[in-house]
Design a protein around this ligand. Structure first.
Ligand code: NAP
Length: 233
């Protein structure tokens, strides 16, 4: 009998809280070894490398460090986010630049750094998008624009990297209960979203869920409905 196969390896960003923390737990339950790339350390284990995604060059270096001894990478979940809310009229240059760096440039630099190992594993990339990428809202220009751009990154990766055996999924959720004290019945739990990440990463290898548009299963009564809503778009 040969050596038992090593467990698959996943790298998750923003896994110290919110959805990323649930994704990490879920992937561990699925049998993955999970490494993290976070700005803030996880409370329940040591993270040897922490990095601010506001500095994309540092993210590429940190990814190389955290994956230095990895023979392959089976799954990359790009989850960390900043929102930088503000209207076009007054979003600060700092919030805009940070959103572009954290939500767009750093993910691309991270994917670049991870691709050799992903190709070796015939691995999978899950990019966390958002409804905001296709349903823009007032006061959200930095978030909406960077999530819309991330969709294009996912599409290009699908076109380029399947040739090398690497599959990409853009998961675009609606509202998530990412804070522990949020008990809204109209948002998805982080565990449910993590389950969908796990599911996306486990479809048959001759398939890929290119894009998943995920909504809460229950809908609150919207403040403006029907014909009136046409006047509020
Ligand atoms: N929550 C929702 O309703 C919702 C809806 C649609 C899509 N999504 C998407 O789902 C994903 C997870 O969202 P979430 O709400 O669970 O996130 P979250 O609770 O707001 O947590 C954000 C994570 O990103 C990290 N982060 C923020 N700025 C960073 C930086 N400069 N460098 C490195 N890490 C940084 C945070 O680390 P720190 O602890 O250090 O701040 C944290 O781990 C995101 O991609 C988001 O766009 C969320």
């Amino acid at each position: 009998m040969g050596e038992p196969a090593a467990p698959p390896l996943a790298l998750v960003t923003g896994s110290n809280r919110g959805t990323g923390r649930a994704v990490r737990s879920r992937l561990i339950a699925d049998g993955y070894t999970v490494r993290c790339l976070n700005r803030s350390p996880c409370a329940d284990h040591d993270d040897p490398v922490t990095v601010d995604f506001g500095d994309p060059a540092a993210v590429a270096r940190a990814a190389e460090q955290v994956l230095a001894d990895a023979p392959r990478l089976d799954l990359l979940v790009v989850n960390a986010v900043t929102r930088g809310f503000g209207a076009v009229a007054d979003v600060t240059a700092q919030d805009w630049d940070e959103a572009v760096a954290v939500n767009l440039t750093a993910p691309v630099r991270l994917v670049q750094a991870a691709l050799p190992l992903l190709r070796r594993a015939q691995g999978h990339i899950v990019l966390m998008g958002s409804h905001a990428g296709s349903r823009p809202f007032e006061g959200g220009v930095a978030y909406c624009a960077t999530k819309a751009a991330l969709k294009q990154v996912a599409e290009v990766l699908l076109m380029e990297e399947r040739r090398h055996g690497v599959r990409t999924t853009l998961l675009s959720p609606g509202a998530i209960r990412n804070f522990d004290d949020d008990h809204s019945a109209y948002k998805m739990s982080v565990e449910s979203v993590a389950e969908v990440v796990s599911w996306a990463a486990s479809t048959p290898r001759d398939t890929v869920l290119g894009e998943i548009e995920l909504r809460p299963g229950r809908l609150d009564t919207p403040p403006v409905v029907g014909l009136d809503r046409l006047q509020h778009v």
